[in-house]
Design a binder for this molecule. Structure first.
Ligand code: B12
Ligand code: SF4
Length: 471
């Protein structure tokens, strides 16, 4: 049995650009770990390479985010025309399973652990069902990923990733997890054992990335007690790692120091905004704007590179705030913003429900627009065009080359911990990636105004696939 697992991707510019990066979807390795050991498996990340649609597979699993749905429908339809069975899963598939059933042979709406083996077994008997929704046990059910199947040649800077937990205990209004994913975590011993005995390392660049991995968790700090236990267990292993977690952990100096001791050198936090009104509108009370300066120094002084994500388009945004943002960041001596986007009201979120009720969702929005870089709603205090202009200007300003040098100057001397300087130096070029989503000068960045990628548009029209409209 030949099985392919494909994580699909379409670039925010809507040009057919590949963007290999450190962080990749790990769903292919996860699904592969749930397939029978004798299956012939091929894993693909479309962010790294085009999918070879002429391969002879028997069964194909697709993982996609909202914005990749139209494109994934095309890929699935082309494969099904060749007699290959396709299965969809992931957050969008769970939310819109009825729609997905039209374009895939089966849709998995339950956790992958019980459902992937069930679907494969049914497929082998020639009895694939349309929907799989078996309820799994807890996070302890998570099986080891098939890291051995990652081909680092396709993406020389990729790092292996592992999940220690799923979900998040917070309830931010714009987050796809809010209301859907309870926080749960795996036994520490299981996680550490997999890192030590099964993970395969990126050997590129003369071994610079060897021993280095990332936690894929939405919030590795969902339980500070669990995070402490995990760090204690990692100290003797001497690995280097990164993760994403919330502001409340960054405020805990002792825990930040413990993380650094355990090998943590990179933390991503969704700061979202430096405007208190926006933080309130996001219901993200764990972010304390008044403590940002202290939190930044604490992380860097302890040997950890802190990266923030910021958003525009929230209800607190004003002309004055957006105009002053680069200046405020410079005053904080903070230049390593690596994610800068437009607030996206994903359909399963409280934010979407609120905007819908207030009739502020823009007309003509298709699932392709839900990419985090397209304005899908009417902001409260700014015009649509005005918001987009600020977004484009800020991408250019925050992603400029000079910021790499300012970043080095403000952080390289902050800590002597092993590998700290290497991580800071390697992170410099990432600052430029803030400009990547705006490379297409034709693009309008307002929902309903931008066409799909030319290849997708042609295929969708040829195959007569309807677009999924979400407003
Ligand atoms: C790596 C990553 C990326 C990569 C790869 C994207 C991808 N295909 O996953 C890149 C860099 C492209 C990316 C981009 C963006 N991302 Co991102 N990203 C992640 C991250 C950190 C890890 C994803 C991962 O591999 N997780 C581990 C795997 C095992 O879990 P999972 O992907 O959640 O999948 C689970 C289920 O959904 C299910 N599943 C998924 N697919 C399938 C398929 C089958 C067949 C089955 C059975 C099950 C299944 O199984 C998994 C285990 O439960 C997550 C955070 C997170 N921890 O999930 C955010 C996350 C997915 N990203 C998010 C966002 C907002 C973005 C961005 C807008 C910008 C940003 N903030 O970075 C952009 C644009 C996304 C878009 N166009 O919609 C959101 C949600 C987006 C969404 N559409 O739902 C997340 C959840 C972070 C968050 N909490 O806000 N991202
Ligand atoms: S803290 Fe992050 S992962 Fe948790 S609900 Fe908020 S945005 Fe989502």
């Amino acid at each position: 049995m030949r099985i392919a697992v494909i994580s699909t991707y379409t670039h925010p510019t809507r040009l057919r650009i590949k963007e290999p990066s450190v962080m990749q979807s790990s769903v292919p390795e996860l699904i592969a770990g749930l397939c029978p050991p004798d299956a012939q498996l091929e894993l693909y990340n479309e962010k790294e390479m085009d999918i070879p649609l002429d391969r002879d597979w028997d069964l194909v699993f697709f993982s996609y985010l909202h914005a990749y749905y139209e494109h994934t429908k095309v890929l699935s339809t082309l494969l099904r025309q060749r007699g290959i069975k396709t299965i969809a899963g992931g957050r969008h598939a769970i939310q819109f399973a009825g729609d997905a059933e039209n374009y895939f042979d089966a849709v998995i709406t339950g956790a992958p652990e019980p459902n992937v083996p069930a679907a494969v077994a049914d497929f082998q008997r020639g009895a694939l069902k349309k929907r799989y929704d078996l309820q799994g046990g807890g996070a302890a059910d998570i099986r080891p990923f098939r890291w051995d199947l990652i081909d680092y040649k396709h993406n020389p800077i990729r790092l292996p990733g592992i999940e220690a937990s799923r979900g998040c205990p917070f309830t931010c209004s714009f987050c796809v997890l809010t209301g859907w994913e309870k926080y749960r975590y795996r036994p520490v011993a299981q996680v550490v054992d997999e890192i030590e005995t099964r993970m395969t390392w990126n050997k590129n660049w003369l071994g610079v990335f060897d021993n280095t991995f990332i936690f894929l968790d939405n919030n590795l700090g969902g339980s500070p007690k669990y995070l402490r236990e995990l760090c204690e267990a990692l100290i003797p292993k001497k690995r280097i790692w990164g993760c994403a977690l919330t502001f409340n952990i960054l405020r805990d100096e002792e825990l930040v120091r413990l993380m650094a001791k355990a090998g943590c050198r990179y933390i991503y936090t969704g700061l979202e905004s430096l405007n208190p009104e926006s933080i309130t509108s996001f219901k993200k009370g764990q972010n304390k704007i008044g403590e940002v300066d202290e939190v930044i120094r604490r992380a860097f002084n302890n040997g950890i590179l802190l990266s923030f994500g910021l958003l525009v388009g929230s209800d607190g945004d004003t002309e004055q705030y957006l105009r002053k943002l680069p200046e405020v960041l410079a005053e904080l001596r903070y230049f390593s913003i690596t994610f800068f986007g437009i607030v996206c009201p994903y359909p399963e979120t409280p934010l979407y429900a609120q905007l819908k009720q207030e009739s502020r969702l823009l007309p003509g929005t298709c699932s392709r627009d839900y990419d985090g870089y397209t304005l899908c709603h009417q902001p409260k205090q700014l015009g649509k065009q005005e918001t987009v202009e600020h977004f484009l200007r800020l991408c250019n300003e925050l992603g400029q080359v000079q910021n790499i040098f300012k970043h080095y100057a403000s952080t390289l001397g902050s800590s002597n911990l092993p590998q700290y300087r290497k991580v800071i130096l390697a992170s410099g070029p990432e600052i430029l990636s803030v400009r990547n989503p705006i490379q297409n000068k034709e693009r309008r960045y307002i929902a309903g105004l931008d066409d799909l990628e030319p290849w997708d548009r042609e295929q969708i029209s040829r195959l007569r696939l309807p677009l999924q409209m979400l407003s």
